[in-house]
Design a protein around this ligand. Sequence first.
Ligand SMILES: *Cc1c(COP(=O)(O)O)cnc(C)c1O
Length: 277
Amino acid sequence: MLGVSAENIFCGNSSDEVLALAFQAFYSGKTNIITPDISYGFYPVWGEMYDVGLTFAPLRQDFTIDVSDYANSNGVIIANPNAPTSIALDICDIEKILQQNPHGVVLVDEAYIAFSHTESAVRLCNSYKNLLIVRTFSKSHSLAGLRVGYAVGSTALIDGLKRVRDAFNSYPLGMLAQLCAAAAISDTAYLKKTTEQIIKTRKSTTNELKSLGYKVCNSQANFIFMQTPNAAAMYNSLLENKILVRHWKKERIANFLRITIGTQEEMEEFIKCVKRL
Ligand SMILES: *Cc1c(COP(=O)(O)O)cnc(C)c1O
């Protein structure tokens, strides 16, 4: 379905595990590995753990990635769509980043790709041997508890991951998880139905918030990122109403909340709550 051979795929016990192995295999001890200043919170954790010299490229004011910041590095790590901003890069921009970084491993974390209109970068793996795509069953397949993730890339990169894995745990993925993941891949109709529903609910929720005067990023993920003057207070009020969203006390995003798209009914409840506040 991805149009690659088995030797171009590496499976792991969650994409977090695959990502951690990739950090160890390709970035350990290196400097100038570029990643956005606002992205998945685990990247700096692994950076620290594996002695990686991360260079944080600031997102633009509107939280889009400026691809010109990603050049001449020893590696690039980006989530596409990005988290928690929800914004996606076009495949042309991914290719530009690859052209600007011929030496290091360019890792694209596609945890949310199924919710986006942007094309997956898997197609570029044949042309760029230094491109590694990481995917998960946790988001689009709603199987976070199964803990299955995988990487797609050239045999050189996949072999690199296997070498690190084999020094740590040769068989990380249990038999039941393998069977369930295979069944999930086959059920394309269910995936299509659920992702389409989430995209539809995302659109109506975004429109509601915009009509209330909130700024909402152009989401290509299963969550939205909205600006609100007093995000911490809104977080607490929502929590009192048994609605759990995410807020980071972090510069640049302290005035934002990340809201996962639930069912249509849940999101209507959320909007009602926002209106009351
Ligand atoms: C959720 C998430 C992951 C981790 O997914 P698991 O497969 O459940 O470990 C990795 N990267 C990003 C950007 C995510 O949002």
